[in-house]
Design a protein around this ligand. Sequence first.
Ligand SMILES: Cc1cc2nc3c(=O)[nH]c(=O)nc-3n(C[C@H](O)[C@H](O)[C@H](O)COP(=O)(O)OP(=O)(O)OC[C@H]3O[C@@H](n4cnc5c(N)ncnc54)[C@H](O)[C@@H]3O)c2cc1C
Length: 250
Amino acid sequence: MVSLDYLGENVSTTADAQRARDAYLEVFERIAKEKLHANVSCKLTQMGLDLSPEFCEGLVLSVVERAESYDNFLRVDMEGSIYTQRTVDLVKRIRARIPAVGTVIQAYLYRSEADIRDLLAYGCRIRLCKGAYKELADVAFEKKAEVDGNYVRLMQMLLPSGVYHGIATHDPLMIAKTIRWAAAQQISKDAFEFQMLYGIRTDLQRRLVQDGYRVRVYIPYGSDWFPYFMRRLAERPANLGFLLKNYFRS
Ligand SMILES: Cc1cc2nc3c(=O)[nH]c(=O)nc-3n(C[C@H](O)[C@H](O)[C@H](O)COP(=O)(O)OP(=O)(O)OC[C@H]3O[C@@H](n4cnc5c(N)ncnc54)[C@H](O)[C@@H]3O)c2cc1C
């Protein structure tokens, strides 16, 4: 399965936000027409959150309505912590009207446990990830061990909730702990899904599918690739060497 993300964030004009909305309306149609096992991920700052929260909500609502009409689903990605509260609030408001929307929680934020409780009260589907933005120590854990510890705690809140969630990570330890804990709690393999980014740990993606787990691959597309690319480099500086080697080879 995949989740399609039309690249773009922090747009500076309403016309750009409307173009993103149009791209998402179209992609839901194409998914249905091509009968793909795909849903969609978007970012609120791509839909104009920086310009006007009301305008942004109107655009997202129209995309969620389109998702619902095709029995599909829109995932609102989580961006930097200055957007967290606004994202949670917007998703809750839309979720109260239409179930075809969910969001993302980042294990590096101290606030995430409270946000999960809040969102679960709305039956909201959550993707759990570690978090990809540069955050200050007053809002986020800094040490990997702390982020990982919180990731496991939050995973243990999500899986028994009876809602279908996404466990998004390439970290073999997080995956092993999820598998072990779900088995011990008798949570079935199809009650949740693993999610990974396109092109990262494809070996692990295949192995999980072979072992009977559901796996969704996040596929960004479009031309506004720079911020996404920089976050992937920051996560794994070795990718810079990989890039340079291949750049000079070609
Ligand atoms: C499906 C999906 C959706 C996401 N959505 C969001 C979101 O909405 N908001 C947000 O803040 N973050 C999001 N992220 C990013 C996430 O927060 C992490 O930054 C990213 O997944 C790296 O963390 P990790 O869990 O893989 O663990 P890490 O501890 O960072 O990495 C574990 C191992 O994974 C591999 N790996 C990790 N990253 C890379 C990379 N870039 N290139 C090559 N190998 C790598 C390496 O082998 C590494 O040792 C998403 C991630 C996924 C998989």
